[in-house]
Design a protein around this ligand. Structure first.
Ligand code: C2E
Ligand code: CA
Ligand code: CA
Length: 567
């Protein structure tokens, strides 16, 4: 193998020969020692072998090495080597680049070297190692697809192509929905099986000219040069429909949908990192908007997303500081019959660190998603019971309604918290009502009912919130054992002009009454609505702006309790 070993070693390299031989027997990495003055290098035999270099001792290595380096990284390499040769002090060379092997394929290597100075402080030796970057070179181990490094490279090529031809395109990044559940419910092997199947399914849908890549975790991606929005929608629809067929997972039927984020280049970015970041954000938005959909990146939506991420950090901070910034507002509930104040709904408010009031519709989904609703919910229970105790001195049967998300009901420690709180404030169980407030589908009604039944056994009333919207309908009335149904403002809004809506409310109230359920109508704003709802529809209680907006404890006392005192 030693081809031109007749070149005598320079005195400098001779000094290091002993160490060099010692080292090369202990590692599979490539070794090199360069005499900077002579520009002579001593390299390990594996380097000679793998890259077909002329020998282990060479003058001017770069004459042979540079042509093997991938053109894209050649300039970086040269810049770093210039510093090695011209450095006036010790310099660290640390670079990743592709080199062509004797087989003609490019492999990624990481080269690390350091310049050593002689006694006079002059650079005289440059020594180091090169290692093959296994993860950069391999295809994804699970799916056999090209990995994220090749994806990065492909995106860069697509961008270069755009600069040459002015033809842009789209990049689609897919993330599997609920993949964590598969890993948690089964195991990693099953998870890998799912990934492999999904890879096949998507790959089969793509036109042959498009390449599917496997990114980190459960993510896939492909580049679609020249794509229009319509074409992206079509290709997403075909992936979606291919994935919509149930999969068999160890005897179980399993649906594996995917959420997708699409970026168009160059509109969404002209460099890989920006495009990747924007595609990931669009995919995250797709997941938050309900999964199994494609979201095309837009600047406005991205800015909103960034805000919600930073809101998440502020919310964490608030919760960690004992729910600082959170407060409860109370909205009066009156008896339909005589407009007497009978209770209030506790509504959560949050002031961000800058002092701005944030709408519940914005921060409650974040509390639910991060499960912070659990500690915050416990804080709400305490505040609500404490406040109710105070207000019962004026209205002895006053009740506070507390909103509960599905996340909170799933948390088994909630009941103990409620029990302890009632005990601590020496309050009877009938001072609170728990409202199931959830726009998402409840996965397991029998579990929810079991939880609610044990609350009901304690003497706590359960209300079904927002009847007539989302999950809450006649069907769920059958599923949920509850004491109160709250009919949503959606119904009330049209009641004056729409006969059908009025009758519907009437029937729902009737139906509820026939099985001993009370009806509270929400969102009553006008006197005429109130008249109709009480006289014709026979509602039991009313909550709405007509009788009061949600107010802070102080304002509530001033506005509503003072009146009761005077009665
Ligand atoms: P919700 O439980 O349906 O609460 C009633 C919402 O309707 C309140 O909005 C209230 O201000 C509003 N509202 C009341 N009367 C009227 C009316 O006459 N007209 C109109 N147009 N609106 C009326 P808010 O306070 O913005 O709360 C929004 C939602 O946030 C609540 O809807 C509930 O789903 C959720 N939420 C609020 N507080 C909590 C909480 O402590 N825990 C949980 N889990 N969710 C909460
Ligand atoms: Ca509610
Ligand atoms: Ca409601």
């Amino acid at each position: 193998m030693k081809k031109n070993n007749r070149i005598p070693l320079s005195p400098c390299l001779r000094r290091f020969r002993f160490y060099f031989d010692l080292l090369r027997k202990t590692t599979n990495d490539y070794l090199f020692f360069t005499d900077l003055q002579e520009n002579m290098v001593m390299i390990s035999p594996n380097l000679v072998q793998d890259f077909e270099l002329p020998g282990e001792i060479l003058f001017d290595l770069d004459k042979y090495w540079l042509p093997l380096i991938h053109p894209e990284e050649r300039a970086d390499y040269q810049a770093s080597m210039d510093k090695v040769f011209s450095s006036q002090n010790s310099y660290d060379h640390n670079l990743e680049y592709r080199v062509r092997t004797r087989k003609g394929e490019y492999v990624w290597i990481r080269c690390r070297g350091r310049v050593g100075l002689d006694r006079d402080g002059k650079p005289y030796i440059f020594a180091g190692t090169m290692s093959r970057m296994a993860q950069r070179n391999k295809a994804d181990e699970v799916t056999g697809l090209l990995n994220k490094y090749q994806f990065e490279h492909a995106v860069k090529l697509a961008l270069a192509q755009y600069r040459e031809t002015n033809e842009g395109g789209a990049i689609l990044v897919f993330g599997l929905d609920n993949f964590k559940i598969v890993n948690e419910t089964y195991n990693r092997l099953t998870g890998d099986l799912v990934l492999k199947r999904v890879a096949n399914i998507i790959d089969n849908v793509l036109p042959p000219a498009l390449t599917l890549f496997k990114l980190d975790g459960d993510e896939f991606a492909f580049i679609y040069p020249g794509a229009t929005e319509k074409e992206v929608a079509e290709i997403f629809a075909s992936v979606q429909s291919a994935l919509s067929r149930p999969q068999d997972l160890e005897g179980h039927q399993y649906f594996c949908t995917a959420s997708c984020g699409t970026v168009f280049y160059p509109e969404a970015g002209k460099d890989y990192l920006v495009l990747h970041k924007h595609a990931e954000a669009a995919m995250d938005i797709a997941k938050r908007e309900g999964k199994n959909r494609n979201v095309i990146f837009s600047k406005e939506q991205y800015n909103r997303w960034v805000r919600s991420i930073s809101m998440r950090d502020s919310i964490w901070e608030s919760v960690e500081n004992g729910c600082l910034g959170f407060s409860l507002f109370f909205q009066p509930q009156v008896s339909a019959e005589d407009q007497r104040l009978i209770g209030a709904e506790a509504l959560l408010r949050w002031k961000n660190p800058k002092g701005r009031m944030v709408a519940p519709m914005e921060f409650i989904p974040i509390l639910e998603e991060t499960k912070l609703i659990i500690p915050v919910g416990k804080w709400i229970v305490e505040e609500a019971i404490k406040t109710c105790k105070k207000w019962r001195r004026v209205v002895p049967d006053f009740r506070v309604s507390i909103n509960l998300s599905y996340e909170q009901i799933k948390d088994l420690s909630l009941q103990k918290c409620v029990e302890e709180c009632l005990e601590r404030y020496d309050m009877p169980a009938d001072c609170i009502v728990l409202e199931l407030t959830e726009s998402k589908i409840v996965a397991d009604w029998s579990f929810v009912n079991k939880q609610f039944d044990s609350f009901r056994k304690m003497g706590i009333a359960i209300a079904m919130d927002d009847f007539g919207t989302g999950y809450s309908s006649l069907a769920s009335l059958k599923n949920l054992s509850c004491d109160i149904v709250k009919i949503d403002r959606e119904f009330v809004k049209k009641i004056l002009e729409n006969d059908f809506d009025r009758r519907l409310v009437q029937y729902v109230v009737d139906l509820c009454h026939s099985i001993g359920i009370h009806c509270c109508i929400e969102g009553v704003e006008e006197e005429a609505e109130y008249d109709l709802l009480t006289k014709e529809c026979k509602a039991d209680s009313i909550q709405g702006y007509l009788f009061g907006h949600p107010e802070s404890v102080e304002v509530f006392e001033e506005k509503f309790l003072q009146l009761e005192k005077e009665k």
